[in-house]
Design a protein around this ligand. Sequence first.
Ligand code: SF4
Length: 206
Amino acid sequence: MLGRSASSEDALLARRTKSTARSATPSSSHSIPINDFTNVVPEGMIRLSGPLEHDNIVNGDGLRAVLWTQGCPNHCPGCQNPETWDYEEGFLISIDEVMERLSKFRGQTGITFCGGEPFVQPKACKEIADRVRKEFGWNVWSFSGFTYEQIKKAGGDAWEFLKSLDALIDGPFILSQKDLSLRYRGSKNQRLLYLEHKTGKILKVE
Ligand code: SF4
């Protein structure tokens, strides 16, 4: 198996935690069991908050398609997209239709899942992630208001979606740590984690 050992992964995370003075204790709003929110959409469907984007250069490396999911339990103070929180808003669309629309985007190197909270729809997101990798050869990134550790602990569909990624930008937006100079992130507590596809092992932390 490729990738780093668990101990080197722990060391990577520990180094990053120390350098950003990250709180060791998640806020109460982020101790929600992630898998309580799985299967909130019918099989074969996904709930989105807006149209699919392409040629995006601010949500990951390269030229990217972006998929905006609807529904978020995190409710971070200062969130720029509170209209994406409600699970009944946005619109339902079939995964086949999403793939059809994505297939028309030329020259993309990857897709990024934004939100909302992609990890409350992990089965649908994983299916799209796996299909774009196989059918278009794209890499796959996702944002999450949950941390890597919370997703790993939750296991189940959330962990399966994480294992389909090449990179995760994790953690809630924390207004008091806002820093717009960071690559792809809004606050200092958030990490850019490059992952080993299929295992979810952390390869690099930024
Ligand atoms: S996780 Fe993202 S979408 Fe959800 S409340 Fe926080 S900043 Fe907003």
